[in-house]
Design a protein around this ligand. Structure first.
Ligand SMILES: *Cc1c(COP(=O)(O)O)cnc(C)c1O
Length: 348
């Protein structure tokens, strides 16, 4: 009686197997961070183990403890800590952890510490999020021998033309003597073919950090569904809900899933182009009229919210022309996995 994610396990695992099977000199590094792409970090860590991943990547040092009981390999922390020395002592499994360093000052600090941490050094890409600019590479070079250097890291934006950028940055980085017998480049968002090209062109091994495409790449294996908890006939003029709105004549469905599950939260989407802008205006118009589109649907028809979602349930609206579903039946819904917390995940 909840918001459930049903996983078609065989199908889901077959997809994981396909993605993990990378070409020569490319290794797929499963990424699990935040809500574990809706599936939870422990589950992702166990699957990564089953698929014999050598490394699992988390976003934050604080996420290691959710992963380490389920994964014996190395754990890459992708986000550089603003307190790199603190980060070194914040984990009970320092030997398994590879830190990402994205500022020269941090690398200097780590190079001066007796800990000799394992690090990858992140270069600034056109993302302009974190990373060391190419112009600073001469300052990096003498520090690499004082840490256990595990390779260069690039976080690329989504889209095309990435291989060129990856090649340019990698070539510049690989001209720095690093002592690595076989250089390692850690990247995101390249296809496996592009990663293979990068490996071939640079002579490096490519560690391909992959989250969305790995865990959510086969949507047909993932079915979110919500129990119908209650069904109420509503008369014309009747007021209902916390906000005592008057939806008209029809049926109010109380369905599982509310704000605690991330229902009704719309992550701001990229607003490029007139079409999406027009769609946003249309949506705003609907919302102004008090009719918010909910993620719940019957068949392909999206239902509207009666009012904003409650903590663990939502009220959605069925016009009187539609036969209401029975209490205990289930509705399909379309959610964004990275903002959804399911009450239960059922592997079938
Ligand atoms: C989240 C993240 C990834 C994985 O991104 P997906 O789009 O989910 O594959 C890779 N690298 C870094 C640094 C990340 O933060």
């Amino acid at each position: 009686m909840a918001l459930v994610l049903e996983v078609a396990t065989e199908r889901w695992r077959a997809h994981l197997t396909r993605v993990m099977a990378a070409p020569d000199h490319v290794r797929v590094i499963p990424v699990g961070k935040g809500n574990g792409y809706g599936l939870g970090l422990p589950r992702l860590a166990r699957e990564a183990s089953t698929h014999k991943a050598a490394t699992f990547a988390v976003g934050l040092i604080e996420e290691i403890s959710q992963v380490s009981p389920h994964f014996d390999g190395d754990i890459l922390v992708m986000n550089a800590s603003p307190d790199p020395l603190g980060a070194l002592t914040a984990t009970e499994i320092p030997e398994q952890v590879v830190h990402t360093v994205s500022r020269v000052a941090d690398l200097e600090m780590l190079a001066d510490s007796p800990a000799r941490p394992r690090v990858v050094v992140e270069l600034l890409t056109s993302m302009k999020r974190h990373g060391i600019a190419l112009a600073e590479l001469p300052r990096v070079a003498p520090l690499l021998g004082k840490v256990r250097f595990e390779g260069w890291s690039l976080h690329l934006p989504l889209g095309r033309g990435l291989l060129d950028e990856a090649l340019t940055l990698s070539r510049a980085a690989l001209s720095v003597p690093s002592g690595q017998a076989r250089p390692q480049i850690w990247v995101s968002h390249l296809g496996t073919d592009q990663a293979a090209s990068l490996a071939a062109a640079t002579g490096a091994d490519v560690q391909l950090r992959t989250g969305t495409e790995l865990w959510l790449g086969d949507r047909t294996a993932l079915r979110p569904r919500a129990s119908v908890l209650d069904v109420h006939r509503v008369e014309r003029g009747e007021r209902i809900g916390y906000r005592q709105v008057r939806p008209g004549a029809g049926t109010a469905l109380i369905v599982a899933g509310g704000t605690a599950n991330g229902i009704g939260m719309v992550a701001p989407s990229a607003m490029s182009g007139m079409r999406s802008r027009a769609a946003a205006v249309a949506r705003a118009g609907l919302e102004a009229a008090g009719r918010l589109r909910s993620p719940y649907r019957i068949g392909s028809r999206r239902l509207e919210f009666v009012e904003p979602p409650h903590m663990q349930a939502s009220m959605v609206w069925l016009p009187s022309s539609t036969t209401p579903p029975a209490v205990g039946s289930e509705l399909d819904l379309d959610v964004r996995f990275t903002t959804t917390g399911f009450d239960d995940i059922q592997f079938q």
